[in-house]
Design a protein around this ligand. Structure first.
Ligand code: ARG
Length: 588
C-alpha cells in the first residue's frame, strides 16, 4: 500500500506474537477518516484467543505503542474499537513522499521486479482482409498498456502482432477473386472491398458448390507457393497492414515483432511429427486431432483431412518459436474470453509435449465492448470500426475544446489538432482500461469524453491544470520546484507546511503508486493503475476544492510547499498514464 505498512507491521508483530509478513497482510486503510491511516483488525486473533476483539485491540495497541520511537512518521498507535490503528505525522510523510517523487522524477513509481526477464505480449493480432473491428480495440489497448506496465516494472516486454494471414479463408477469397477480382477497386476501397468479396463468396457458395472446391484448390496453390496466388495474397496482406497501421499510428503503438501466422507454415511439420511420435495424434475421418477429453478439454483439431493446418497448430509452432527466440519468463496472449478453450488446449498440448515452460503461458482474456447507443454510423453494417470510433472521439474532443475556448472568449488554442487527438484517443483508451478487464465494457460517448468523473480527459485535465498553476507560480515567485540548482528552491522548501489530513491522504495515495503497478503487472490488470490514478486525482481535487487551500498566496513558504505537492501529483499522473499508453497534453 505505502511505505508505512512495513514499519507498522514491525511494531505489531511482536505484540501480536506473529511474524512480520502475517501482520503486514492484515493491514488495511481504516474504513472512515479520522481513524488513522493504517488499521489492523483483531477479529481472527480474538476468535483464536476467545477474547473480545476490542479487548485484544487495546492490549496489542498498548504493547506496540511501547516500542514506538517518538518523533517518527508513525506518531501514535491506538485501539479504535476492534482495530489497532496507526496515526501518521502529516508533515513528515509529506516531506518523505514529495521529496521521493522529486528525486525520482520520470522514474517515480517504476520497479525492478522484472529483472530484465523477457515477456512476449501477443496483442491486437487482427486478421487480414477483415476490418479492424471494435472487438480488437480491447486487445490492442489492454496489450499496449501491459507492455508499458511490464516495461515500468523492469521486464523486457516484446510486443507481438500475430497477424491472422493464413488459413482456408484465403482460399475462398482467391476463388471469388478469380471471378470478379478488381485491383483498381482494391486499391481504392481496401479492406472494405475484401470484406464484400467474402460476403459474396458466402452468398454464392450455396448455389454453386463448385466454388467451395475451387476455394480448397486455391488454398492448396497458396500453400504450394504458386506465384499468382502468392502475389494476390501478399497484396491483400499489404493493403490490410497499411490500414491497421493507421489505427496503430493514432494510438501511438509500435510492435517489436509483426509476424503473420503464415510464418509458421514450415515450423508446423516438426510439431506435428513430435505429436505423432509421442502417440498423441488420433486420426478420424475428418481430421487429425489431439484427444484432450481426459482434461475436460475436448479434442483439438490440428490437421484437416486435406492436410491443411489449423489455428492451434500455428499457435503451437509460434509458442516454440517464442520460447527459443526470447527465452521468456512469462508469455502473454491478450485475446478475448471466447478463445479460452483454445489457449487451455494449447497449454495442455505443450505440456504433453514436455514443454516445462507451458505454465509460463498466460491467456489474458477480457470481456466484450458494447455500445450504449447507435450514434455511430459504420461503413459496413453492424461492425463498429475501431478507426471510426477513434476519429469520432477526436472530432468530439475538438468540438469541446473549441466551444470551451469560445465560451471564454479566447481563440482556439495552439496545436489544436494534437490536443484533440491526445484527448480523444486518451478518452477511448482510458475508458477501456479503467474497468476490470474480465468485465464487459459499455461505451457511452458522453461519459467517455466527459472532463469530469472517472475519465481520461479528467486525469489529463488535472495534470494540465497543475502545469498552468506552475506557470502562475513562476510569474509570481520567479522560480518553479524541480528546476532549481541543488540547495535552493525545492530543497529549501519546508514541506512540513503540508499538515492537513487531506494533504496526508494525497501523499499516501502518491506513495502507493508502485504497489499498484506491482499488482497490475502480477495480475495483468491495468485497471489497478487506472484506479490509483483516479484516486490520486480525486484527492487532489478534494484539496483544491477547499476554499482556504490556494497554491499561490502571499505566504511564499506555504505556496512553495503546496506547489511541490501539486507537481508531485502531476508527476504521478503523467508517469502512470504514460505506462498505460496515454499521452498528457502539456496545457489544456
Ligand atoms: N487473429 C486472432 C483473432 O482475431 C487472434 C490471434 C491471437 N493470438 C494468438 N496467438 N492466437 O481472433
Amino acid at each position: 500500500m505505502n511505505r508505512y505498512v512495513r514499519p507498522f507491521a514491525e511494531l505489531l508483530a511482536p505484540a501480536l506474537g506473529c511474524d512480520i509478513e502475517t501482520a503486514q497482510d492484515g493491514i488495511a486503510p481504516p474504513p472512515k477518516p479520522g481513524m488513522g491511516e493504517l488499521g489492523f483488525a483483531c477479529f481472527a486473533l480474538a476468535k483464536e484467543r476467545r477474547q473480545a476483539p476490542p479487548a485484544i485491540a487495546a492490549e496489542v495497541a498498548a504493547a506496540a505503542a511501547e516500542s514506538l520511537s517518538p518523533g517518527g512518521p508513525i506518531a501514535a498507535i491506538k485501539a479504535v474499537g476492534p482495530y489497532v490503528n496507526a496515526f501518521l505525522d502529516a508533515p513528515q510523510v509529506a516531506d518523505e513522499v514529495v521529496r521521493t517523487v522529486f528525486a525520482e522524477g520520470e522514474a517515480f513509481g517504476r520497479l525492478d521486479i522484472g529483472r530484465g526477464g523477457a515477456v512476449p505480449v501477443d496483442f491486437s493480432s487482427p486478421n487480414i482482409a477483415k476490418p479492424f473491428g471494435i472487438h480488437h480495440l480491447r486487445s490492442t489497448v489492454i496489450g499496449h498498456a501491459l507492455v508499458g506496465l511490464l516495461e515500468a516494472s523492469g521486464y523486457r516486454p516484446i510486443g507481438i502482432n500475430h497477424i491472422g494471414d493464413w488459413g482456408t479463408q484465403f482460399g475462398q477469397l482467391l476463388a471469388i477473386w478469380q471471378d470478379q477480382g478488381d485491383e483498381a477497386r482494391l486499391a481504392d476501397e481496401g479492406i472494405d472491398y475484401l470484406l464484400s468479396l467474402y460476403v459474396e463468396f458466402n452468398r454464392r457458395k450455396a448455389e454453386q458448390p463448385e466454388l467451395q472446391d475451387r476455394a480448397r484448390a486455391c488454398f492448396k496453390s497458396l500453400e504450394d507457393g504458386e506465384a499468382e496466388s502468392r502475389r494476390l495474397w501478399k497484396l491483400f496482406r499489404d493493403v490490410s497492414l497499411a490500414e491497421f497501421e493507421r489505427v496503430y499510428g493514432l494510438l501511438g503503438i509500435r510492435f517489436d515483432d509483426v509476424r503473420g501466422e503464415s510464418f509458421y507454415e514450415d515450423l508446423m511439420a516438426p510439431v506435428l511429427a513430435e505429436l505423432q511420435a509421442g502417440g498423441l495424434l488420433t486420426e478420424s475421418e475428418e481430421a487429425t486431432v489431439v484427444d484432450l477429453e481426459e482434461w475436460d478439454l475436448g479434442v483439438a483439431l490440428v490437421r484437416k483431412r486435406d492436410g491443411s493446418t489449423l489455428y492451434i497448430t500455428r499457435d503451437l509452432a509460434a509458442a516454440d518459436y517464442r520460447r527459443t527466440t526470447y527465452d521468456f519468463t512469462r508469455s502473454l496472449y491478450v485475446v478475448g474470453g471466447a478463445q479460452s478453450l483454445h489457449f487451455k488446449q494449447m497449454k495442455q498440448i505443450l505440456s504433453l509435449l514436455g514443454r516445462d515452460w507451458a505454465d509460463q503461458i498466460e491467456h489474458v482474456p477480457f470481456g466484450l465492448m458494447r455500445f450504449s447507443d447507435r450514434k455511430m454510423s459504420t461503413r459496413s453494417g453492424d461492425i463498429i470500426l475501431l478507426e471510426a470510433v477513434l476519429e469520432q472521439a477526436v472530432a468530439l474532443a475538438r468540438e469541446t475544446i473549441l466551444s470551451g475556448a469560445s465560451d471564454k472568449g479566447r481563440p482556439p488554442p495552439d496545436g489544436l489538432d494534437d490536443l484533440a487527438r491526445q484527448i480523444g484517443v486518451g478518452a477511448v483508451v482510458f475508458n477501456d482500461l479503467k474497468h476490470r478487464r474480465a468485465r464487459d465494457v459499455v461505451f457511452d460517448w458522453d461519459e467517455v469524453l466527459s472532463f469530469e468523473g472517472s475519465t481520461g480527459p479528467y486525469l489529463q485535465y488535472t495534470a494540465a491544470r497543475i502545469a498552468s498553476m506552475s506557470d502562475k507560480f513562476r510569474d509570481r515567485f520567479g522560480w518553479v520546484p524541480g528546476e532549481q540548482p541543488a540547495g535552493q528552491g525545492d530543497d529549501a522548501t519546508d514541506l512540513a507546511r503540508l499538515d492537513r489530513p487531506e494533504e496526508l491522504a494525497l501523499c499516501l495515495a502518491l506513495d502507493g503508486l508502485p504497489a499498484s503497478l506491482e499488482r497490475a503487472v502480477r495480475l495483468c490488470e491495468p485497471s489497478l493503475v487506472a484506479d490509483r490514478l483516479l484516486d490520486i486525482a480525486a484527492r487532489f481535487s478534494t484539496l483544491y476544492a477547499q476554499r482556504d487551500w490556494k497554491v499561490i498566496s502571499d505566504d511564499a513558504a506555504t505556496s512553495g510547499a503546496r506547489m511541490m505537492l501539486a507537481l508531485a501529483t502531476r508527476r504521478a499522473l503523467v508517469n502512470g498514464l504514460g505506462w498505460l499508453g496515454i499521452e498528457v497534453p502539456a496545457r489544456m
